[in-house]
Write a protein that binds this ligand. Structure first.
Ligand SMILES: [Zn+2]
Length: 505
C-alpha cells in the first residue's frame, strides 16, 4: 500500500521513484551555444534569491521584473547554500537575451513575449520518460525556461515533481497538467533526508520545525504514512493531519496536540511518536509488530491544532502576520501562557456541546477575547474548531479521541457517558494510567464546551484529555520535563490502537 497524499501544494504528480540520471548528466556540449552556461550560476542565484523564505506567507506568484527579483532577496530566513552568492553580480545580468535561443519549443516563445498566462491548450505531455525530482528548497516553477518566465508555482523543500525532459539548464516538469520549468541545479533525484531532531530536551518545539519534520518524514516514508492539511489558521498557518497505518482499516483513533498553544510540548510528543513508529514498524509490541497494529487500527494525528497560538506563546503578538489580527491582539494582555487562537478565543471552550459557555471559569467566560477561557461568540465559531468537527464527522471508523494537554499528570474523561461508551472510555483510561503512571480524575467533569466533551457526548467516541507534565512545574512546561514525558508516552499511541482493535462501539 502506498499512501502518499501530498496536498501541500497544488496538484503534485506522484510517479515512481525512477532516477533522473539521464537528465542529470552533464549538459552536452552542444547546449553551450545557448550562452546559458556562463550565466548559469548567476541565473541560479536569482532563482534562489527570490525564493529563500520557506513557507513564507502568501508568496507573490505574479510575474516579476528582474530588478524586482533582486530586491526581494533581503532576509533569507531559511538559508540554502546558493543564496550567499554576491548580489552585485546579478544586477548586470541580461539573462533574458538568450530566451529565444534557449527556448527550443516554439509554443513557448509567444508566451514569453506576451507575458500573459497562457490559455490552457490541449498540449500533450509526453510522460513516457517521466522521472521524479525533488526540490532542495523553495524554487520557482515557471512557464518558460528562463528567469523571466511567468511563475506558476513554488516548491517547498523535498517537493516531488515529475520531470519529463530538459531544456538547457532547465528541467521540463509536468505541473497541474501542463509543462513548466524549474532550474535543474535546485533538484536532486532523491529527497534530502536530514535529522528531524524531534526527540530532544533543549529547545521548545516550533511550528516551523514541525513543518520541516513532516516534510522529511514524508520524503522518507511512503509506507503507512500520509500527510494532509485540514486547512489554514486565521494567520494562515497549516493545520496538518498525519495518518499512520491503514486508512481503510475498519477502526481508527484520533490524537490531537497543542489545541492550547502554550502546551506546545504536546506537539513535540505527537511528532516524536510518529517518527518513532515510522522507524520501528517491525518492533514487537504486545505480541504484534507496530506495523500490524497500525494495519488493523488507523491512527490519525493532528499534532498542532492551534499553530497561531503556539507562535504567540513562543514569540509574542509580533508572530502574527495579519495586521488586523495583530492590532486586535495588542489590545489584550500578552503572556507566554497564551492558549487561545489568534482571535483570542479558547478553542477548547468553543465546541458545540450542552456545556458551551457554562465553564466553571466564569470569571473569563463571556468576557471577551483573551489568552484563555473565552469561548467565542457562538459554539463552533472558530475555523480551527470546525476543522476538528468536520474531520471527526467525516470519519465514521473513529473509535476514540485523545487530546494532549499540559499540565497535571492527570486524565480527564468523565462526562457522564454510559453503557459501552463508558466501558470503552474506562478501558482507554486504565491503559493510559498503566503506561503513564498518571492518575484519573474520576469525578464528573463540569460542562464546558471542551473538545473531548464534544467527542464523547456529541460524536459518541471514547474520549479523554491527558495532562502531561508535573503539576508543580512552570507553565508552559519546560524542556527539562521532556525525557520524563517521552518515557511515559513513547508507546502510548500504538498501545491505544491495539486496545481498540478488540473493542466495538
Ligand atoms: Zn490545555
Amino acid at each position: 500500500m502506498k499512501v502518499f497524499t501530498k496536498i501541500l501544494l497544488l496538484g503534485i504528480m506522484c510517479v515512481g521513484m525512477v532516477g533522473c540520471s539521464a537528465q542529470k548528466a552533464v549538459v552536452p556540449q552542444e547546449t553551450a551555444h545557448n550562452n546559458l552556461t556562463d550565466d548559469a550560476a548567476v541565473t541560479a542565484t536569482l532563482e534562489m534569491l527570490e525564493t529563500t523564505t520557506v513557507m513564507a506567507a502568501n508568496p507573490p506568484l505574479q510575474e516579476k521584473e528582474t530588478v524586482g527579483e533582486i530586491e526581494t532577496t533581503a532576509e533569507p530566513e531559511t538559508t540554502t547554500e546558493a543564496e550567499t552568492t554576491t548580489e552585485a553580480e546579478t544586477t548586470t545580468e541580461a539573462e533574458t537575451t538568450t530566451e529565444a535561443e534557449t527556448t527550443t519549443e516554439a509554443e513557448n516563445t509567444t508566451e514569453i513575449e506576451t507575458t500573459t498566462e497562457p490559455e490552457t491548450t490541449a498540449e500533450v505531455l509526453d510522460m513516457s520518460d517521466a522521472t521524479s525530482i525533488y526540490a532542495t528548497g523553495v524554487v520557482n516553477i515557471r512557464k518558460a525556461p528562463n528567469t523571466s518566465g511567468f511563475i506558476v508555482g513554488q516548491t517547498i523543500k523535498n517537493q516531488e515533481l515529475t520531470c519529463i525532459g530538459k531544456v538547457g539548464e532547465w528541467y521540463v516538469v509536468a505541473y497541474n497538467g501542463e509543462k513548466a520549468y524549474v532550474y535543474s541545479s535546485y533538484f536532486k533525484n532523491e529527497p534530502i533526508v536530514t535529522t528531524t531532531q524531534i526527540n530532544r530536551d533543549d529547545n521548545p518545539y516550533t511550528y516551523e520545525e514541525m513543518v520541516e519534520a513532516i516534510g522529511v518524514l514524508d520524503a522518507k516514508y511512503d509506507d503507512r504514512f500520509a500527510v494532509e492539511i485540514l486547512g489554514q489558521s486565521y494567520d494562515n498557518r497549516d493545520i496538518y493531519l498525519l495518518t499512520l497505518g491503514n486508512p481503510n482499516a475498519a477502526k481508527s483513533v484520533l490524537f490531537t496536540g497543542s489545541i492550547h498553544g502554550a502546551e506546545y510540548i504536546t506537539t513535540q510528543l505527537a511528532m516524536a511518536q510518529v517518527e518513532y513508529y515510522l522507524g520501528h514498524m517491525d518492533e514487537i509490541y504486545n505480541g504484534k509488530t507496530i506495523g500490524e497494529i497500525l494495519d488493523n487500527v488507523c491512527v490519525y494525528i493532528i499534532p498542532m491544532v492551534n499553530p497561531d497560538s503556539v507562535a504567540i506563546s513562543q514569540n509574542g503578538f509580533s508572530a502574527i502576520r495579519d495586521d488586523a489580527l495583530r492590532e486586535k491582539l495588542y489590545t489584550m494582555e500578552y503572556t507566554d501562557k497564551w492558549s487561545s487562537n489568534a482571535r483570542g478565543v479558547d478553542l477548547n471552550r468553543n465546541f458545540p456541546t450542552v456545556g458551551f459557555g457554562k465553564s466553571n471559569e466564569s470569571f473569563q467566560v463571556n468576557n471577551g477575547p483573551s489568552y484563555k477561557y473565552y469561548e467565542g461568540e457562538y459554539a463552533g465559531s472558530e475555523i480551527e474548531t470546525q476543522y476538528i468537527i468536520n474531520f471527526v464527522n467525516s470519519h465514521p471508523t473513529l473509535m476514540a479521541y485523545i487530546t494532549y494537554h499540559t499540565k497535571g499528570e492527570v486524565i480527564y474523561w468523565n462526562k457522564g457517558q454510559t453503557g459501552t461508551l463508558y466501558n470503552n472510555t474506562w478501558k482507554l483510561v486504565k491503559l493510559i494510567l498503566k503506561l503513564t503512571n498518571y492518575y484519573s480524575a474520576d469525578y464528573l467533569q463540569n460542562n464546558s464546551g471542551i473538545d473531548y466533551e464534544w467527542a464523547i457526548l456529541e460524536a459518541g467516541l471514547a474520549g479523554c484529555t491527558i495532562e502531561w507534565g508535573d503539576i508543580e512545574a512552570y507553565f508552559p512546561i519546560r524542556q527539562t520535563q521532556w525525557n520524563d514525558i517521552w518515557q511515559r508516552g513513547q508507546y502510548l499511541v500504538v498501545a491505544i490502537a491495539d486496545l481498540f482493535e478488540g473493542l466495538t462501539k
